[in-house]
Design a binder for this molecule. Structure first.
Ligand SMILES: [Zn+2]
Length: 341
C-alpha cells in the first residue's frame, strides 16, 4: 500500500482526514460489501489489516482514500480472476442496497438493451450539443467492445482496452490494446472515458498523457460515479454514531468541482459538468458527466470553480427530487445547456 501525501488532483499538501477505520480480514464476512473488502484484504494486499482514511484536499475539496494500492497491488486487483470475483461481489452489494432506489428513479433500469440504448443516445447527444460538425475520429478509453459509441455514425470509431477481445468488437469499431498504436492513430477529435478515473491512483497523470493524442478544440467526455456525498454524509453522521470508511477499488470520489479542477489543470475548458442518473447493470447510478474542450495550453485555476461542498450537496439533492418526478427517461436524453463560466 502507498500513502498519498498530496492531493491527486491539485498536488496540495494540506489533507484533512474525514473518516478513518481499521479494515480487517474476517472469515465470517460472507456477503455484500464486506465480501469485497475481504477479497481485497485476502487476495490483493500483503497484509490482512489496514487502516484506511478518507482524505479531503483543503484546496480543491477532492476526496480520496489513502493508503491506496501500489502498482503491484493494482495489477493483482485487476488480474482476470480478481476482477471477476470483484464484479460478483459488487453486483451482490448493489442488488442488496440499490433495488428500491432504482425502482424509484429510472424506468429504463433492468432492461439491458434499453439501458444500452439510453447510454448510447445520452453520450452522443451531450457531445454533439457542443460539436455541430461531424466527429472525424474518436477513441473510447477502456471501451471494451465499443458498444457505447455506435451512434456516432459518421466517425471513425476506436477503443483502447488493455484486455481487448477483438472477436467481441461491435461492427464498425476498431480496437487496440497498444498505446503505441493509439499514438499512430492520433489526433482524435473526441476522447471518451467512462468509469475509469475513480480507479486511477494519479488521474492527473492519466489525463495529461492523453493530451498527446488530441489537438486544440478536441473534446473529452468523462463519466465517473458520484460517490463523494456518501463519504461526506458518513463524516457528518459520525458525530452522532459510529460510521466506517472501507477500503474500496475506487480510490477517487469526484465532485463536479474536483472533476473540473482536474481537467483545467490538464489544459481543458469545462463546457458541461453535471450529475445525472444513468441506468447501468440493472441499477440507476448517480454519475458525474463532463464535456471538456482542449485549449492546447494549461490554464491557471480560478476559485469560482471551487464551491463549498454544501452548495454541491444542495444542487444534487434538488436534482434528485427533480429526476424522481421524471420517470420516463427512455428516449429523452437531456439537452444540456453550456456550463456558464
Ligand atoms: Zn486538491
Amino acid at each position: 500500500m502507498i500513502h498519498l501525501k498530496t492531493c491527486p488532483i491539485c498536488d496540495c499538501h494540506e489533507l484533512h482526514p474525514l473518516l478513518s477505520t481499521v479494515n480487517r480480514y474476517d472469515e465470517n464476512f460472507a456477503s455484500h460489501r464486506n465480501a469485497e473488502i475481504n477479497h481485497i484484504l485476502k487476495n490483493v494486499l500483503d497484509i490482512d489489516e489496514v487502516q484506511i482514511s478518507a482524505l479531503q484536499c483543503q484546496e480543491c475539496k477532492h476526496l480520496f482514500l489513502s493508503p491506496t494500492f501500489s502498482q503491484q497491488e493494482i495489477e493483482r486487483l485487476y488480474s482476470t480472476q480478481s476482477a471477476e470475483q470483484m464484479h460478483v461481489f459488487y453486483q451482490k452489494a448493489e442488488q442488496h442496497s440499490g433495488r428500491s432506489y432504482q425502482e424509484e428513479t429510472c424506468s429504463v433500469s433492468g432492461n439491458r438493451s434499453e439501458e444500452l440504448s439510453f447510454r448510447q443516445q445520452f453520450i452522443r447527444d451531450v457531445v454533439l450539443n457542443f460539436r455541430k460538425k461531424d466527429i472525424g475520429k474518436l477513441l473510447d478509453i477502456g471501451g471494451a467492445n465499443g458498444e457505447n459509441i455506435l451512434l456516432f455514425k459518421q466517425a471513425q470509431k476506436y477503443v483502447y482496452d488493455l484486455d481487448l477481445r477483438p472477436e467481441n468488437l461491435a461492427p464498425e469499431v476498431e480496437g487496440t490494446s497498444s498505446i503505441a498504436e493509439v499514438q499512430q492513430l492520433a489526433p482524435f477529435d473526441l476522447l471518451i472515458s467512462t468509469h475509469t478515473l475513480e480507479h486511477i491512483v494519479s488521474p492527473k497523470a492519466m489525463i495529461s498523457d492523453y493530451t498527446a493524442f488530441i489537438r486544440e478544440g478536441s473534446l473529452f467526455y468523462i463519466e465517473v460515479p458520484s460517490e463523494y456525498l456518501s463519504i461526506l454524509m458518513k463524516h457528518y453522521l459520525s458525530r452522532f454514531r459510529e460510521t466506517r470508511v472501507d477500503i474500496h477499488w475506487h480510490i477517487n470520489f469526484f465532485s463536479p468541482s474536483s472533476l473540473k479542477r482536474l481537467m483545467e489543470q490538464c489544459g481543458f475548458r469545462p463546457l458541461y459538468v453535471k450529475t445525472h442518473l444513468m441506468p447501468y447493470n440493472d441499477l440507476s447510478m448517480r454519475v458525474i458527466v463532463g464535456v471538456f474542450e482542449y485549449t492546447g495550453a494549461p490554464q491557471s485555476f480560478s476559485p469560482r470553480f471551487n464551491p463549498v461542498w454544501w452548495q454541491e450537496f444542495a444542487n444534487d439533492f434538488l436534482q434528485t427530487l427533480y429526476l424522481k418526478g421524471h420517470r420516463k427517461l427512455l428516449g429523452t436524453a437531456p439537452k444540456p445547456k453550456p456550463f456558464s463560466i
